[in-house]
Ligand binder design. Sequence first.
Ligand SMILES: Nc1nc2c(c(=O)[nH]1)N[C@H]1C(S)=C(S)[C@@H](COP(=O)(O)O)O[C@H]1N2
Ligand SMILES: [Mo]
Length: 200
Amino acid sequence: MVDRDATSIYEEFGDERLPPGQRRTERFPVLSKSGTPSWDVDAWEFTVTGAVENELSYSWDEFNDLPRETQRQDFHCVTGWSRFDTKFTGVTFPTIAKRAAVLDDAEHVLFHALDGYTTNLPLDECQRDEVLFALELEGQPLPSEHGGPLRVVTPQLYAYKGAKWVTRVEFLAEPKRGYWEKRGYSNTANPWNEERYSTL
Ligand SMILES: Nc1nc2c(c(=O)[nH]1)N[C@H]1C(S)=C(S)[C@@H](COP(=O)(O)O)O[C@H]1N2
Ligand SMILES: [Mo]
């Protein structure tokens, strides 16, 4: 059962569901900068910090009590593969942003992860229901190599914008570059415009 079919969002950006220069795969490759970090259910904490009225902190049990939905999404990796019809269950970004009461001067977001990875996005790009903090893949707990226990997915953008093993969301007035954005990958990362590399 899917609450939201997000596989048609490409219609906002292009005529083809498969973005230019991508190959479709049925597999789900793993791409991690430095392997899978370990985590401990008792020590795990998810925090929301920065330009918000309410800084938030959730334990694993508390995060699991948040309202969630199941979506069918496509997944596009900047290295050239796309995986269609992937079922993720999680908490939408707007659900979290609303609880934190994001301040007016917040315009950017930096996601932080257990492996030291970071990735940045404009707030507008995050404030859509398809941006999910995913807890499950195909109805099962998210496998650790794919970012379990919790990852972000951004089906409208290349997948490096979705931090695996996410533990902190930082709201910012000024943009800050994340791990790949500092290393030459695009800040904007729209697959239908082939925004793979930074032009600056
Ligand atoms: N924490 C963290 N998140 C990450 C990465 C990473 O190395 N660390 N890699 C990114 C990249 S480049 C991609 S393509 C996707 C890969 O997700 P997958 O391994 O589930 O396919 O995760 C993204 N999120
Ligand atoms: Mo990637």
